[in-house]
Design a protein around this ligand. Structure first.
Ligand code: DX5
Ligand code: ZN
Length: 229
């Protein structure tokens, strides 16, 4: 894959979430999973949309020096529009905003005009009908499999019918949209999400809380592929 390219839409992607890495040695963590992963998932929390605070554009800018991966920035922010340009300038490749914050059409348009790959996220209890009107104007649909805010939570399997519905509509309409799942993804839940139709898999604890993150990422991919073959 060329540098910082997302790759073909719909293909299987493993996206490690740096939220679960050691923030004191992020560069090592990122380089350590380079071979077995596809994208880098950056969880941005503003302490308002979610009850936690994480990282912002300066960290994206610093990590850019250590990785040529596609940076998939998940903006858990009440006012993402105020920061999209800063993330783009820092080196973000894709930015995902939550549909729950409103102003969705304008945010999508803003991200698009900045040259970002555009994602739209929905919390576990947000209905598919909230995101379906935007499918033709986005590149990625992020269906949260935990309530956002913290790593290490349990996968909410009840979200799978929504993933199935999204996959059906995206395929029926021939749309170029990735379906990403985020939260509680591990070797036992990844086949469930693959079966439902997701193709991008964010994993924090299942990679960075393991003694050998690169091997853990390889096993995740193997578990996902086992379901597809
Ligand atoms: C949740 C974040 C996730 C989270 C995933 O708010 O968006 O990306 O860090 O972590 P795990 O894989 O540990 O559930
Ligand atoms: Zn995330």
């Amino acid at each position: 894959m060329k540098e910082r390219e997302p790759g073909e839409t719909g293909r299987l992607r493993i996206a490690p979430s740096i939220l679960s890495a050691d923030f004191g040695s992020l560069a090592d963590a990122v380089r350590g999973v380079d071979v077995e992963t596809d994208w880098l998932h950056v969880d941005v929390m503003d302490g308002h949309f979610v009850p936690n605070v994480s990282v912002g554009p300066p960290v994206v800018k610093s990590l850019r020096r250590y990785s040529n991966k596609f940076f998939d920035c998940h903006l858990m922010m009440s006012e993402p529009g105020r920061y999209l340009e800063a993330f783009r300038d820092a080196g973000a490749d894709g930015c995902t905003v939550h549909v729950e914050v409103g102003d969705t059409a304008a945010l999508i348009e803003q991200a698009r005009s900045l040259g970002l790959r555009v994602g739209l996220a929905a919390n576990p209890d947000t209905h598919f009908s909230a995101v379906s009107p935007y499918l033709s104007s986005i590149d990625l649909l992020l269906l949260m499999t935990v309530f956002p805010g913290f790593g290490g939570q349990s996968f909410i399997a009840e979200v799978m019918p929504k993933v199935e519905e999204a996959r059906r509509v995206i395929d029926e309409e021939g749309l170029n949209v990735d379906i990403e799942v985020d939260g509680g993804i591990d070797t036992t839940t990844i086949p469930v999400a693959v079966k439902a139709g997701a193709n991008v898999f964010v994993a924090g604890n299942a990679i960075f809380a393991k003694p050998d993150p690169e091997e853990a990422a390889r096993q995740l991919r193997e578990s996902a592929l086992a379901r597809t073959s």
